[in-house]
Design a protein around this ligand. Sequence first.
Ligand code: NIG
Ligand code: FE
Length: 417
Amino acid sequence: MKIHMPVLLTNAGWIRTPASPDENGVPYEMRKLDADSILLENGLVRWIGREADAPLTKAERVDLNGMGVTPGLIDFHAHPVFAATREAEFELRTRGASYEEIAAAGGGILNSARRVREATEDHLFAHSLPFLDNALAAGTTTLEAKSGYGLEPDAEYKMLRVIRRLNDVHALDLFPTFLGAHEFPPEYRDDHEGYIATLIDEMIPYVAREGLAEACDIFCETGVYSIEESTRILLAAKEHGLKVKVHADQLSPLGGAKLAADLGALSADHIEFIDDEGIEKLASSGTVAGLLPVAAHFLRMKEDPPVREMIDRGVICALATDFNPGSSMCESMTMALHLAVMRFRVNAEEAFWMATAGSARALGLTDRGWIGEGALADLVVWSTDGIEQVPYHFGVNHASQVYKRGRLAAKEGRPLS
Ligand code: NIG
Ligand code: FE
């Protein structure tokens, strides 16, 4: 491994961070650190304080000229690997067609599945790279990447191998998730049990054995995977050592959030239609409420999740883009911050906490999502006077520098590679 010179960031105007998971801090609080300098060494934060007290380590000194620092943003729910964009469907929706109508006519997830099945690994790899660059340049330092556009063993494994390859070459850390249960493939339209058997007996064991994914996700929804089917599939995933997560209560109040909590899932995501019992279950379990306001915006959802009520009742919320070609064509976490504030009526501090500490929790990661000695040196340097300007002044990139594992990975909106 190449040894890199430590970096000393100095002259920061402000540094704000959630508490580390060990500290049992107050949820939704972004502490203001009494410090202006951070020493990054061997991929980790080694020291934080006033520059005059910095350890006498030979380091590259970077003057931040009063800019501010937060932890890198963590996009815990995303579908960045696909073979083709779907702007034709978007056009149909602008003329009044609904997402469900397009899906029922063979568009939607099945449209992407047809294209992924035909695509080579090289095409999928090259198609995905620019999206990863965009995410990084906007402040994302860890990105989930789901399969789920293959819907047959070989095409699902192909997607997961591409995710592995992207992770190997790109500065971002990718968190791979198996989403073979994103839809029922057309060849099993009248034989759901046949595909569920393939998932449980063949695909989940293979994915777990080959180490191709950390977690298994499912689209638990009316007309897709029922509660009973989701339960069987996710229990099989757990038996094979995969963590589980759920697309839950997005389009109808099916009970996916309650199921996620009962199974000890990492997160229950979307949850526009979560009910009282679902909120109670999330509050009393470790399962995170995954908020996806960009998808809510893109689908013009009339229903929003009861975010304020969830926060008041002690639910831990996380924030992600849900980047995908059908329901959220946006890989920018800063847009997610803006839309969380606008649609879900949280404040900038809450939104940043959700996008860092909350999202780290939603991936089961404790080494990131906070700034402190021993944390991964994943940082965003913002050209703003505070966190409040980031969701407020929207549509422009305020991420002046992005550090990934201690190294400058993007600057002024451009990845360095
Ligand atoms: O997360 N909710 C289900 N699946 C995706 C949409 C996928 C697509 O349309 O391609 C989502 O929103
Ligand atoms: Fe999704």
